[in-house]
Design a protein around this ligand. Structure first.
Ligand code: GLU
Length: 544
């Protein structure tokens, strides 16, 4: 069969050869060990934490090897593409401080020699390679109406190839030049399919940097490499781009392992050196039924990277949490190097976990609490205000009006040798300190405590002098409590609780509830100091 003639018939406009393309994408001049890797998001209007996780692994591998990290926008699936989606990618990565060595700017300028870094601008390149495959008899045009939906194809296939369901040879794979010409003359659209060499019995082996050697059934399907709109699906674009762009390690989720035999066959058909894959576990969650499942945007708000901005997590907390998932050694490193920037933590491919991580918000919060716990009040005020400016305007107004008060409030139990570590994101602070902005309710008091509360507060209010130290404050509570028949000695109380109205802890709880509305709070004396005499006297006067 004259495949070259078919190729010319299908792609008369394509005159460039693959050699000419390779001349434009020379081999990168790399030093031993330097990694070239990429983040290749499909611009869907959000970044999934799983993709971000892969990106972060890629980024770190290039960073520690002094390699090249580039951004390639995979916008060939127009159904999934959304307005402003590229902007979202940049916005999120910028906020996280992730920098690319090569990328296309939002106004379309390629930074780097291996562009365009946006797939929709590389369509001509894909066609050159598709034409070559057709000319070599390794790919063929398919005129079946639904090359994507496949219903028609499947029906045809059932009739023609039902005797062997191991392979999925396409009905169009052996069309003659004349048949192809007839379709073309009819103005019919065509897809290009790879003519698989396999029969369904073969196995392939490939080496994965995380999983080691993997053996799988070889591809035996004439899969589409150019859709009938001339756009390639992921597999074809991936093989060409990662080859031309000189990617040395393709970092992606392990959900791609299943289609890797297809990718391997493509690399082979194209005459490319196989690429090196690093398939990483997907981030999972334990679902309601107790089963492990992939974290998904549909059910889990935390799957969308914007969640962390909206909640006001520090980007550093999120990155450190992910590092912790990538390599459990990070936690120890952090404990031994509390003041170092996370970027000083070095790890190689062998240190990456191969176990599917379970997303754990509690762990993220712990990491975050530790980070925020070591910040100064001023630092935290600035971060809180910046967050509020974006996500809670009314709060931002209050914070600006009450800057000194807010900073003093944030300094409660902070900047001490053992700072309190309760705060893990910006969105929780307002509620955490709600009693600092508005008078509390006394709902925390139990029914049987109400009378005792009123009695105690009457006496305490009378005796109250604005304290100058924690001891002074505590001693007064103790004194009033003692007079009213509360145990001032815990041992005595424990030995005979019936003999007392309660112990000093109970009395302290009453004062705490009066001032904060809560049974637990940061150091009350610190709160009293920040709220000031007038406000405290006001709060001590409230009864149930
Ligand atoms: N566009 C693909 C995705 O978002 C990229 C996968 C890859 O990194 O190769 O899943």
């Amino acid at each position: 069969m004259d495949y070259q003639k078919i190729a010319d018939l299908l792609f008369p406009e394509v005159t460039t050869t693959t050699e000419e393309i390779f001349a434009k994408y020379p081999k990168r001049n790399l030093k031993e060990g330097q990694v070239v890797s990429r983040f290749a998001p499909s611009p869907t209007g959000f970044i999934h934490i799983g993709n971000f996780f892969q990106m972060f692994i890629s980024y770190n591998l290039t960073r520690v090897s002094d390699g090249v990290f580039f951004l390639r926008i995979e916008d060939t699936d127009s159904k999934r593409e959304k307005e402003q989606a590229k902007e979202v990618v940049f916005e999120i990565l910028n906020k996280f401080g992730i920098k690319f060595d090569e990328f296309q700017t939002l106004d379309g300028k390629d930074i780097g020699e291996y562009g365009p870094y946006v797939q929709s601008q590389r369509v001509d390149i894909y066609k050159i390679f598709a034409k070559k495959l057709v000319a070599e008899g390794k790919a063929f045009p398919c005129f079946c109406k639904k090359t994507e939906g496949k219903e028609d194809v499947l029906k045809l296939r059932e009739n023609k190839f039902h005797e062997d369901d191991e392979k999925e040879y396409d009905p169009c794979r052996d069309l003659s030049y004349e048949e192809v010409k007839k379709h073309i003359d009819n103005g019919e659209k065509f897809a290009i399919r790879l003519k698989t060499k396999n029969t369904g019995k073969e196995r392939v082996k490939f080496y994965d940097l995380i999983k080691g050697e993997i053996e799988a059934k070889a591809n035996a399907k004439d899969f589409v490499i150019l859709k009938n709109d001339g756009i390639p699906p992921y597999a074809f674009a991936h093989a060409i781009d990662d080859t031309l762009m000189g990617t040395t390690i393709v970092v992606r989720g392990e959900d791609y392992i299943g289609s890797t035999p297809m990718h391997i066959e493509l690399f082979d058909a194209l005459g490319f050196k196989p690429t090196t894959y690093c398939h990483n576990p997907l981030i999972c969650k334990i679902g309601e039924n107790g089963n492990k499942r992939k974290i998904s945007k549909r059910y889990d708000p935390e799957a969308d990277m914007r969640f962390y901005f909206e909640k006001g997590y520090l980007t550093r907390s999120v990155l450190e949490y992910l590092l912790n998932i990538i390599n459990s050694g990070f936690e120890m490193w952090r404990a031994n190097n509390p003041d170092k920037d996370w970027s000083e933590f070095k790890f190689g491919i062998n240190d990456i976990t191969a176990v599917g991580p379970i997303f754990d918000l509690v762990k993220l919060n712990d990491i975050s609490k530790n980070i925020i716990g070591t910040m100064s009040a001023t630092q935290l005020y600035d971060l809180w205000l910046a967050w509020a400016e974006e996500f809670n305007k009314p709060l931002a107004k209050v914070l600006k009006e009450k800057k000194d008060f807010s900073t003093a409030m944030l300094n409660i139990d902070r900047e001490t040798p053992k700072p309190r570590k309760d705060i893990f994101n910006m969105s929780m602070i307002e509620e955490y300190f709600s009693y600092m902005f508005k008078k509390p309710t006394l709902n925390e008091l139990s029914e049987e405590d109400k009378e005792k509360f009123n009695e105690f507060m009457d006496e305490y209010q009378k005796a109250f002098v604005f304290p100058n130290s924690n001891e002074e404050w505590f001693n007064l509570v103790k004194e009033v409590a003692g007079k009213l028949g509360y145990a001032t000695d815990n041992k005595a109380y424990k030995a005979n609780p019936e003999a007392f109205k309660g112990n000093v802890a109970k009395a302290c709880e009453f004062v705490r509830i009066a001032i904060t509305g809560r049974k637990n709070s940061p150091t009350l004396y610190e709160i009293i100091k920040v709220l000031g005499e007038k406000e405290i006297k006001d709060r001590l006067s409230v009864r149930v």
